[in-house]
Design a protein around this ligand. Structure first.
Ligand SMILES: Cc1cc2nc3c(=O)[nH]c(=O)nc-3n(C[C@H](O)[C@H](O)[C@H](O)COP(=O)(O)OP(=O)(O)OC[C@H]3O[C@@H](n4cnc5c(N)ncnc54)[C@H](O)[C@@H]3O)c2cc1C
Length: 475
């Protein structure tokens, strides 16, 4: 049954049914009973806002490097409540700014280092899941970027070329139509770019498993404890909650899209909703028609992002952007479902895979991700104020958050390592426009890019890259 928005109330009055927020939280293998909230003021060496991947990886690497640290995590809901417990399962080296654009902004060497670190993060997540015995369903199937129609072929060629100029193409392959069909049979697929450096995960199991791991290492997680503000002006920075303040040597702001709810950060990030539909487990006949034995992460080369993965229990997850931006950067539970977008995703999935015609879609959910003004994530630490943050992953945050955790831990502990010199470090994107300009711009770009994609598919001509929507989408 497709989950309805009203499914979010729990039998207990005032409590949320966290399992209803995604298939992943529903199948996390535990009751999701919230940990106790903060009961009063306290102190720590490091106080972290947010128990998603960013906050938890930061806690993990801090404690791995210095087990004596007192680490406190404050989470508004439960660990894994945000994008970390709801995503498309891609653990990929993909980065929101393309290698070509990164090279233009930061030069070839820095771009190459960053791309290699992103690949390393994919491996590192698998390594930690194994060492810490987190049953995260980590499966390294690689990634296929599909040209669905001739208009998308030049984009794949360009992506391959930019990897080649960085010397990163050796195990990446351009596949023709037949080679693509040998891996997965998608209507209209004319070719693909195969990249082996990608895995799928069970996101909620990874987030919940990480939460238990950092607790074992000594961290204390308070759930149902929203941070209402933070202060860095005084000698010791602090996170402010209704139950009292947490003073610390360092505070870490790891709330991704939800950070836009804090007055001080309102214009730093643009929350955009990404939505997902999920089929029932498919039959052997359906899988025989589709192929996809390699369980690669799959996407087309549209501007209006789509992303697919094959779950452990034989379902197809089909995700995409396209749900409207909400005026004032508002985030609400009810925005997780947008029936026109969910229906569009179901119908696109049936177009891609005709054998899904009779299949049931059992789940539909979504959540907010954060876009920075220049699409570049930041991993920052200001020792003079004792504040660190990592955010702005633009929907490509599973592996990036791991890199963030290691980077913030090194920065906070004063370790000068290769990753503390990446172009993401202390990067400061400019702020988003004030409303109503922000709303007008975001909606214009969203609609404009959809039109560009539709036109390219209709005519077979690749996008020119010169429309206003494409230009605004890059700047
Ligand atoms: C539908 C969807 C699909 C996606 N698919 C993919 C994918 O396939 N691959 C990929 O790489 N990326 C994907 N992403 C993005 C990726 O999931 C995120 O970038 C990543 O999980 C971000 O982790 P995070 O810890 O920074 O943020 P989140 O996971 O959002 O966690 C932030 C946490 O902070 C808490 N919080 C926020 N504000 C406060 C506050 N004031 N006080 C206390 N706690 C607070 C929240 O409750 C939340 O638990 C997707 C995102 C969405 C929404």
């Amino acid at each position: 049954m497709t989950r309805a928005p009203s499914a979010k109330k729990s039998a207990r009055p005032g409590a949320k049914d966290y399992r209803s927020y995604s298939f992943w939280l529903e199948t996390a293998g535990e009751e999701l009973t919230p940990r106790p909230p903060l009961a009063g003021p306290t102190e720590a060496d490091v106080a972290i806002l947010g128990a998603g991947f960013t906050g938890l990886w930061t806690a993990y690497y801090l404690l791995a490097r210095d087990p004596s640290l007192r680490v406190v995590v404050l989470e508004a809901e439960i660990a894994g409540f945000g994008a970390s417990g709801r995503n498309g399962a891609w653990c990929s080296p993909g980065f929101p700014v393309s290698p070509g654009e990164l090279k233009r902004r930061f030069g070839g060497e820095a771009t190459r280092e960053l791309m290699l670190e992103m690949r390393g993060a994919v491996d590192e997540i698998g390594r930690v899941a194994q060492v810490e015995e987190i049953d995260a369903h980590y499966f390294r199937g690689g990634q296929l970027r599909i040209a669905r129609g001739p208009s998308q072929l030049p984009g794949l060629q360009r992506a391959f070329e930019s990897l080649r100029t960085l010397g990163l193409e050796s195990d990446v392959a351009l596949l023709d139509e037949d080679e693509t069909a040998e891996r997965v049979r998608i209507t209209g697929a004319k070719g693909a770019l195969y990249n082996p450096h990608c895995a799928t995960i069970h996101p909620a199991r990874l987030a919940r498993g990480l939460a238990r791991t950092v607790e074992r290492m000594g961290a204390v997680i308070f759930e149902r404890t929203p941070v209402t503000d933070y202060e860095v002006a005084s000698k010791s920075p602090r996170l402010v909650t209704d139950a009292g303040e947490v003073r610390a040597r360092t505070i870490v702001l790891a709330g991704e899209a939800y950070l836009a709810r804090l007055r001080k950060l309102r214009r730093q990030l643009l929350p955009i909703y990404s939505l997902i539909v999920l089929t029932e487990s498919l039959s052997e006949e359906q899988w025989a028609e589709i192929g996809w034995e390699g369980r690669e992460c799959v996407a087309s080369n549209r501007h209006t992002v789509d992303y697919l993965s094959r779950t452990d229990d034989g379902r197809i997850l089909f995700g995409g952007r396209g749900a409207p931006y909400h005026f004032g950067s508002r985030i609400k539970d009810e925005y997780d479902r947008h029936e026109p977008t969910h229906e569009m995703l179901r119908s696109t999935a049936r177009d891609w895979f005709p054998s899904l015609r009779g299949a049931r879609f059992t789940h539909a959910w979504g959540g907010p991700l954060a876009v920075s003004r220049d699409w570049m994530p930041t991993m920052s630490y200001d020792p003079s104020k004792g504040v660190a943050t990592a955010r702005g992953y633009t929907g490509q945050g599973v592996a990036t958050a791991n890199l963030s955790g290691r980077t913030l831990a090194d920065l906070i502990l004063g370790h000068d390592t290769g990753i503390t010199r990446l172009p993401t470090v202390n990067h400061r994107p400019r702020t988003w426009e004030r409303e109503p300009l922000r709303w007008l711009g975001a909606r214009y770009v969203q609609r404009g890019l959809m039109k560009v994609d539709d036109r390219a598919e209709r005519t077979g001509e690749p996008p020119t890259g010169k429309t206003l929507a494409e230009w605004l989408g890059r700047h």
